[in-house]
Design a protein around this ligand. Structure first.
Ligand SMILES: [Zn+2]
Length: 116
């Protein structure tokens, strides 16, 4: 079975007259663009310059005392706990951090004094 399908497009030599479907009085376009009213840049209340507590930003509630690397970021070279003025840790987390560091010391994850 062989069937040739030829699509024949009947060409109409004479174009029909343009039908006036859309009149001028079709109504104004209701676009969603509203004119901004209220002033430029109303947002921007507070701009905090202060360091934000790392644990607060990362939403760390329990400070893992096993994470030595994390703790070492808050411990000075000699094993001293860096005051929160320098670290920017909030009071709550500083307390927990201190606890975690002390815990880490007790299980010898952090040195009391650096060996040399
Ligand atoms: Zn915090």
């Amino acid at each position: 079975m062989s069937e040739e399908s030829q699509a024949k497009a009947p060409e109409t030599g004479a174009t029909t007259s343009s039908q006036a479907t859309s009149g001028p009085g079709a109504g104004p376009r209701t676009a969603g663009s509203r004119p901004q009213s209220g002033g430029p840049g109303g947002r921007g209340k507070f701009f905090r310059r202060k360091k934000v507590c790392k644990f607060c930003t990362e939403k760390i509630d329990m400070i893992p005392y096993r994470d030595v690397r994390l703790l070492q970021g808050f411990v000075a070279e000699r094993g001293k706990i860096v005051p929160r003025r320098l670290t920017g840790v909030c009071t709550t987390h500083q307390r927990r951090l201190t606890r975690a560091i002390k815990q880490a010391r007790n299980i010898a994850l952090l040195p009391f004094a650096t060996r040399h």
